[in-house]
Design a protein around this ligand. Structure first.
Ligand SMILES: Cc1cc2nc3c(=O)[nH]c(=O)nc-3n(C[C@H](O)[C@H](O)[C@H](O)COP(=O)(O)OP(=O)(O)OC[C@H]3O[C@@H](n4cnc5c(N)ncnc54)[C@H](O)[C@@H]3O)c2cc1C
Ligand code: SF4
Length: 326
């Protein structure tokens, strides 16, 4: 890590002020807990002249019950999510995902918004300035070549936030503010599979909250991940599952993944697998749906083949667990 460079910090008191500040200076960066942005600044990966601190925005620091579901402010910390009684009772997958992020100290300050807007990660990118310079940098920052796929012009850095898939299986929506107003979109619509431009937020837009509908009666959710260091690490692959069981049959099934692509992925086609128990035939068909969507690349220490196998294993065991609990 390098020494912290000079930059100015501004502290808006309202969301309207925050987005106006960003609109006036699109190179400025929002900061919430800073557990992703600050290491990236200290590695010289980003060098904003101005940082907009979101911690004074009381309006996005709360979890509210709305329309039978929850509205979770972007500046709510992961520790607050884990401790919330409503989440612990009805949104187990979110609590499990938040509890699997980094370590206790990161979760005290790391926020929902920061987790959902987390920069994509790669072995050749999350390195010190001198390391990246001695490798001629790369496409994602200051270089011309992707070291993972040198013949192409695409960045395959992986989206590695744990929360997004756990929210997606519940049908969460993202509430976005800008100086010209606001919009609410499905959370899945906030991302695209491009390591450089992974977020579909405009330069003057800010994530304000996520809205999570009430789960249907009996709809259970869970999250599982694989990581190198169990006590503190990004997912090599992470899986969220939402499942409802009626007698012996799975009657609702949603699966979403992180760590395998440059965006969190909702697996399509799971409806066709319902109506039967999660036997080997059903799980093999699900493996096929997952295999068709994921694209792990050599962007981590663990090879793509390993991450492919691990996704299948995590998904199968999580489905079996939720089915047993159902
Ligand atoms: C050692 C270590 C291990 C980690 N392990 C994990 C892990 O296992 N899983 C995981 O998911 N994360 C992990 N992280 C990353 C991080 O701690 C969490 O993702 C955390 O939730 C990020 O939130 P933050 O508030 O600190 O983000 P910040 O660093 O404040 O922001 C992250 C990014 O989001 C943008 N941003 C923040 N809020 C908003 C908003 N409201 N609207 C628009 N943009 C916004 C910022 O500009 C920045 O680009 C790890 C970090 C470290 C240092
Ligand atoms: S995938 Fe390629 S361009 Fe993207 S960060 Fe890694 S090396 Fe750089």
């Amino acid at each position: 890590m390098e020494y912290m460079p000079e930059f100015s910090v501004v502290r808006p008191a309202t969301v309207a002020e925050a987005v106006a500040m960003r609109a006036a200076d699109p190179e400025a960066r929002f900061v919430a807990g800073g557990t992703d942005l600050v290491p990236n600044i200290r590695r010289g990966i980003v060098a904003p002249a101005k940082v907009i601190d979101l911690n004074g925005l009381e309006e996005i620091r709360k979890i509210e019950s709305v329309d039978g579901g929850l509205r979770i402010g972007a500046a709510v910390t992961l520790a607050e999510l884990i401790e919330d009684g409503r989440l612990r009772a009805d949104y187990t997958g979110i609590v499990e995902a938040a509890g699997a992020v980094a370590a206790t100290s990161h979760r005290q300050v790391g926020t929902v918004g920061g987790n959902l807007c987390l920069d994509t990660r790669c072995l050749f990118y999350n390195q010190s300035e001198w390391w990246r310079r001695s490798n001629d940098y790369c496409l994602k920052s200051r270089g011309d070549v992707c070291h993972v796929a040198p013949k192409g012009d695409h960045c395959f850095a992986a989206f590695s936030g744990d929360l997004a898939p756990a929210l997606m299986v519940l049908g969460a929506a993202a509430e976005i503010a800008s100086p010209s107003g606001g919009r609410i979109i499905p959370l899945t619509g906030m991302y695209q599979d491009d390591g450089l431009a992974y977020l579909l937020l405009g330069a003057d837009e800010m994530l304000v909250a996520v809205r999570v509908p009430a789960p249907a009666d009996g709809f259970k959710t869970g999250y599982a991940k694989s990581r190198v260091r169990g006590a503190i690490d990004f997912p090599l692959a992470g899986v969220a599952v939402g499942l409802r069981r009626d007698a012996d049959a799975v009657v609702d099934l949603s699966v979403a993944l992180t760590g395998t692509n440059s965006m969190p992925l909702m697996i399509e086609g799971t409806d066709a697998l319902t109506g039967a128990p999660p036997d080997d035939a059903m799980l093999a068909r699900l493996d096929g749906l997952v295999r068709d969507r994921i694209q792990p690349m050599s962007s981590t220490f663990s090879p793509p083949g390993y991450r492919r196998r691990v996704v299948a294993k995590l998904t199968r065991s999580l489905i079996r667990r939720l089915y047993r609990e159902g």
